[in-house]
Design a binder for this molecule. Structure first.
Ligand code: IMO
Ligand code: MG
Length: 424
């Protein structure tokens, strides 16, 4: 397999980075193609936790090239912090990190607009990560955005920033402009060696049949078009975003793996049909450490929603599933899978297009007996408790796809493959 996409298939935080890290050992390239520092990608290597926001999770493998495609929006100051943190931990990044010349830039004005919109629009609050992602993508679409290579041309950059402020009917004093330009010039000096065109690199890698791993951020249910709009992020998160955001057409992918948690979580506002409250939600939240890696917010918890799961499997043309955090479910007496919705008295197995309807959905569940055993040391499907095997089988049957990878803990080695699972 030379090109593989690893995509979040629910509301983000599916442990995509853990799967990228698990598959990444042989990868020549790990590529981010959408999102920005709203992502919080956590990997644990030898007990040490590393959280990445914009830098691809492959950076911990010394031979892997990490590419950030043009579909990513980059906060220059935040990526410099990530670069510095890696240098401090002794990770060599020179000649290993590439930021696309066409990538959009998140400026302080975007972060400010994001925060203001969230505090002003109380009734329409999205619960964003506050990283300026929506306003930055909006400016790029409106053609008032700033892109990476603009930093190379300070006079042009100044003109573009002036136009950007004018577009938003905002004033920037001469002194504020000088300060911003000086900060961006300093950032450019640090970032310059990493800024290149990503598309030709991927094209050549494909010609040489090198191993390329695409690392999705967020998840299908947060996709700007396919998620529960407006409670979504501002990028396309589905498989087709790979071509748009990296220049490597999704048509060339050899395999697409969808990452699902063994239950559901969501951060921020928006409908969540299988949401749980009370003791069970608290138990899963604590057991699964379900607190945001970017904002620290407690995540909302719910039963596995097979209707939404099958929907995202279709949208991404998945070949197989990576199922994560199965160990968190140990000790829960009864597990449930949502296999239909009842909306206004009607039974549905499709996802309604409007969030007001999805919010009305009453889940119809299949129930399963749980298991008590600690499964974090298990490395084979046959060694899982029978009830866990039945639960996995039910997920495969409802999504109609094989589970190829199972994760039973945070560590790289707490992962196993199911032979034949997912081999297209
Ligand atoms: P990873 O890559 C989970 C959510 C926010 C909010 C909505 C919009 O770690 O899975 P934004 O800041 O993007 O404008 O916020 O999207 N959100 C995420 N939820 N994981 C993420 O990333 C997320 N990135 C954004 O909570 O509901
Ligand atoms: Mg995350």
């Amino acid at each position: 397999m030379s090109s593989v996409a690893v995509l979040g298939c629910m509301w983000g935080d599916e442990a995509k980075a853990k799967i990228v890290d698990y598959l990444g050992e042989d990868a020549d390239y790990v590529v981010r193609f959408q999102g920005g520092s709203n992502a919080g990608h956590t990997i644990v290597v030898d007990g040490k936790k590393h959280v990445f926001h914009t830098i691809p999770s492959g950076i911990m493998y010394p031979q892997t090239q990490c590419l950030i495609g043009c579909g990513v929006v980059i906060d220059p100051f935040s990526i410099i912090d990530e670069i510095e943190a890696l240098r401090i931990s002794g990770v060599e990044i020179n000649n290993r990190l590439v930021i696309d010349e066409r990538a959009g830039i998140v400026l302080p004005i975007h972060t400010e607009m994001d925060r203001q919109a969230e505090s002003r629009l109380k009734s329409a609050k999205i619960g964003t990560t506050g990283r300026g992602i929506g306003p930055a993508y909006a400016d790029l679409t409106a053609r008032s955005g700033i892109r990476m290579l603009d930093l190379k041309f300070p006079t042009y950059l100044k003109k573009r920033i002036r136009e950007l402020y004018a577009y938003h009917n905002l004033e920037l004093s001469r002194e504020e402009m000088e300060q911003l330009i000086a900060k961006l010039k300093a950032a450019w000096q640090i970032l310059k060696p990493f800024v290149k065109a990503v598309e030709p690199i991927l094209h050549e890698a494909r010609q040489r049949d090198e191993q390329i791993l695409f690392e999705g951020a967020q998840g299908t249910l947060l996709d700007r078009s396919w998620g529960s709009y407006p409670y979504v992020t501002s990028s396309s998160t589905i498989v087709d975003a790979i071509g748009i955001g990296s220049g490597f057409s999704a048509r060339h992918l050899d395999k697409v793996i969808g990452v699902y948690k063994s239950y559901c979580t969501r951060v921020g506002e928006g409908p969540f049909p299988t949401e749980l409250f009370g003791d069970l939600a608290n138990r899963i939240r604590i057991q699964g450490n379900e607190f945001g890696a970017t904002t620290g917010r407690p995540r909302r918890i719910g039963y596995f929603d097979a209707i939404l799961a099958a929907y995202s499997a279709r949208l991404n043309a998945l070949d197989s599933i990576a199922l994560t955090l199965l160990d968190v479910l140990s000790g829960i007496p009864e597990l449930k899978l949502c296999v239909a919705y009842r909306i206004n008295g009607k039974l549905l197995t499709q996802v309604p297009s409007h969030h007001l309807l999805l919010a009305k959905a009453e889940p119809v569940y299949l129930s399963f007996d749980g298991w008590d055993e600690d499964i974090s040391n298990i490395r084979k499907l046959e060694d899982l408790p029978v009830n866990a095997q039945i639960y996995l089988q039910a997920i495969e049957d409802t999504i109609e796809l094989p589970i190829e990878i199972v994760s039973v803990g945070k560590e790289r080695n707490q992962t196993f493959r199911i032979p034949q699972g997912g081999t297209p």
